[in-house]
Design a protein around this ligand. Structure first.
Ligand code: RIB
Ligand code: CA
Length: 310
């Protein structure tokens, strides 16, 4: 079995934590490093949550801290969705290991530059670290084998405003830099975690019955997200956008319909800030720059999740 190498960029709160566990548990994937960015949580809390997620899998994957705020805009967090420490009823987590460094941006450049075309990048938070790395070293776009972006809403309603999904809304300028960098990206919008892609109560019980530390962790850290998703966004179960994106990165069969389009990110107006405008009908005449996920195999995504929590 050939080992695939991943680097994960994350604003670790509850759904990120599950996505990190999935990657660390996947048999043919080696997570070379995790880079942390502000977003759901302030940087230092996201870092602690990421390091704890590594330790619960019994791994020693290095965690590097990166940008603590957007390129231009003021910082915003999502404790209103994930809970005060981002990990639901688990509260403040205290990992044993320290961060490997505060040089995530340099580490992204160094690691991808040392193995051009060999490492997959999965982004689970605002794209500020990636944009900063591209500003310092534009060749990063060619060095990344492929990038799976949890972000955006492909011509559909957002989750943080009517127009935008949180990761892109936090730093639309950073997203624009990444989207126009030439990096080979698949955009997985938040729409793919909604409706019957969310875990039903019955499916959550099935995960609980696995009775492993990881299964309990996955559910317990998402206790606030479950409530918030239901009360704020009308969900009928637990929406897990980062794990859906990670499932696609782990097994491409999860994404059943995907196509390349010109995609731009609205930055000028507050009303549309962070909107991912997908030229679905190719009417702009612009060259496609991003591949967009349009449909997923919902049972397969959930089977992959369960496989990593057993
Ligand atoms: O909009 C959902 C995204 O924003 C997820 O990555 C979640 O963790 C938050 O970062
Ligand atoms: Ca995230």
């Amino acid at each position: 079995m050939t080992t695939r190498h991943f680097i994960i960029d994350t604003d670790t709160a509850s759904d990120d934590a599950v996505a990190i566990v999935m990657a660390l548990q996947w048999p043919d994937v080696e997570v070379d490093a995790i880079t942390v960015v502000y977003g759901n949580m302030p940087l230092e809390i996201a870092s602690a949550n990421a390091r704890y997620s590594v330790e619960i899998c019994g791994k020693e994957t290095p965690v590097y801290e990166g940008c603590a705020r957007p390129l231009l805009r003021s910082v915003a967090h999502a404790d209103w969705f994930h809970g005060p420490e981002g990990m639901g009823k688990l509260g403040r987590l205290h990992p044993k290991r320290l961060a490997a460094g505060q040089n995530a941006v340099e580490e992204l450049i160094r690691r991808f530059g040392a193995a051009p075309g060999e490492i997959t990048l999965v982004t689970l938070g605002p794209l500020t670290n990636i944009a900063a790395a591209l500003i310092v070293e534009p060749r990063l776009a060619e060095w990344v084998k492929e990038c799976y972006i949890m972000g955006g809403a492909a011509n559909c309603v957002g989750n943080v405003t009517p127009a935008a999904e949180f990761n892109i809304w936090c730093d639309p300028e950073a997203a624009r830099i990444v989207f126009h960098s030439g990096m080979k990206c698949l955009m997985v919008g938040w729409e793919h975690c909604r409706f019957d892609s969310a875990l039903s109560f019955e499916e959550m019980e099935t995960i609980r019955s696995l009775d492993t530390e990881r299964a309990h962790f996955a559910l317990d850290c998402n206790s606030y997200a479950l409530e918030a998703g239901m009360t704020i966004q009308g969900a009928t179960g637990l929406m897990l956008p980062d794990p859906v994106t990670m499932a696609i990165a782990l097994d491409n069969r999860v994404c059943t319909r995907r196509s390349w389009h010109y995609v731009d990110v609205a930055c000028a107006e507050e009303l549309t800030r962070g909107m991912t405008v997908v030229d679905e009908l190719n009417v702009t005449g612009h060259k496609p720059n991003i591949e967009v996920c349009w449909e997923i195999d919902k049972p397969l995504w959930k089977e992959i999740l369960a496989q990593t929590l057993r």
